[in-house]
Design a protein around this ligand. Structure first.
Ligand SMILES: Nc1ncnc2c1ncn2[C@@H]1O[C@H](COP(=O)(O)OP(=O)(O)O)[C@@H](O)[C@H]1O
Ligand SMILES: [Mg+2]
Length: 395
């Protein structure tokens, strides 16, 4: 490559990275970084090193959970035994240690049963085996981001009194070219020896590399290595995988998992249950607006619901604002998307939740007379006059 080509390549990469950095998906930045680390490793080792540092920092930060630690402390015993990438000396495994306590994920009954069944099987593994019945060894968790895949894996581990080991494949992929296979083996060997619950997070990261033609040979070796490891996974441990992009996962890999758990965007009942849970403590103050919020947040990932609720709680406390005033703009945004008939349905639903008719009218544009006609008189709400800031355009 000529010097000019090289510079224009770097310019391109720089611009792409900038575009991704201001975009909505931090994950794409990490994938791009991983790719750049590989691209510049030989020609610009110092640059590759700095990009690699950035990638690793981003991983610790996005993980950002109090109980999440680099796999280096007491729980797993000897630090030296944990598999690390030979060159970066960085741990390839992250550990969720929820043994201090964890709320059950909010799931559909069907999913809940499937997950309970896995836990029951693990707890009764010896009994099953004494009857010649193999327990479930592996499962793949599929669904959009923020719906509880990682949380469910943590929950399973917690139920079994074990920490969850997470192998983030983006990290593995960014480790030295040609060593990915051996890194992977090191992790699996260690996990098997410890009868661990191992989660392969973002398994689709392997597939995403296909666009990177320089690495085709390496990719094939890696896929082969993973397939062999999944095949050889012993019944003593539990192997989980998670992906937001099932369409990118190699069918040969997919087939090897005993079970598939499908996580969908939350159904309304789950959204409401999640809102209640996330309001913990301040739920009472918000009771009246929970139905409004449930509507406004329908179909939103529970991880985002959690963020909205946290922000409302902070604002209610610091700005000393009426929760209804805080929730209304969200709900209004939602109501604007509805047609006239849907608004009537919404108005009557809200009337059942004992929201004052004036608030409902402001939100839905349905007249108080109409609401009263179907739902009876407005509940008395002591001492607080609702303002009409949320008047719906009469469209
Ligand atoms: N089903 C759920 N039940 C309870 N909390 C959830 C659920 N889904 C997401 N959350 C909240 O959002 C956070 C991120 O969810 P996570 O399990 O990491 O999503 P995923 O792995 O599907 O992208 C969780 O730690 C939890 O606080
Ligand atoms: Mg996850």
């Amino acid at each position: 490559m000529s010097k000019t080509d090289e510079i224009s390549q770097i310019e391109d990469d720089f611009a792409t990275l900038a575009a991704l950095a201001v975009g909505p998906t931090p994950e794409s930045v990490r994938l791009m970084l991983a790719k750049l680390v590989r691209r510049y490793r030989i020609t610009h080792p110092a640059l590759a090193g700095r990009l690699g540092d950035a990638l690793r920092t981003s991983q610790t930060r996005t993980a950002g959970h109090a109980v999440l630690r680099k796999a280096s402390t007491s729980l797993m015993g000897n630090e030296d035994q944990l598999p690390v990438d030979a060159d970066s000396r960085n741990s390839l495994i992250r550990i969720f240690d929820d043994l201090g306590g964890l709320d059950a994920p909010l799931l559909t009954p069907e999913l809940q049963q499937g997950i309970d069944a896995i836990v029951r099987e693990r707890k009764n593994r010896k009994r099953l085996e004494s009857h010649g019945i193999p327990p479930t060894r592996s499962a793949i968790l599929v669904g959009p981001p923020g719906v509880g895949k990682t949380l469910s894996a943590r929950w399973i581990a917690f139920q079994l009194g074990k920490p969850l080991w997470v192998l983030d494949l983006t990290t593995v992929m960014s480790s030295l070219l040609g060593k990915t296979g051996s890194n992977l083996r090191a992790v699996f060997d260690h996990a098997k020896a410890n009868e661990a619950i191992l989660l392969l997070d973002e398994v689709d990261a392997i597939a995403k590399r296909r666009s990177d033609e320089a690495d085709v040979g390496e990719l094939k070796r890696l896929v082969t290595a993973i397939l062999q490891e999944v095949d050889a996974w012993p019944a003593t441990g539990l192997l989980l995988a998670a992906t937001n992009h099932p369409e990118l996962v190699d069918p040969a890999l997919w087939r090897r998992f005993d079970h598939t758990f499908r996580f969908d965007t939350p159904v309304p009942e789950l959204t409401e249950a999640a809102i209640r849970r996330f309001f913990r403590g301040s739920q009472e103050a918000f009771e009246e607006v929970i139905p409004l919020l449930s509507l406004a947040l329908e179909g939103v990932s529970l991880s985002d619901v959690e963020k909205v609720v946290a922000s409302l709680r902070r604002r209610a406390l610091l700005e000393n604002t009426d929760p209804v005033d805080l929730a209304m703009p969200l709900a209004t945004e939602f109501a604007h998307k509805l047609d006239k008939k849907q608004r009537l349905v919404l108005a009557l639903r809200l009337a059942k939740s004992l929201l004052p008719h004036e608030t409902i009218r402001a939100l839905t544009g349905v007249s108080r007379d109409t609401i009263r006609k179907y739902a009876g008189p407005s509940p008395v709400r002591a001492g607080r006059e609702r303002r009409n800031e949320w008047q719906l355009d009469s469209s």
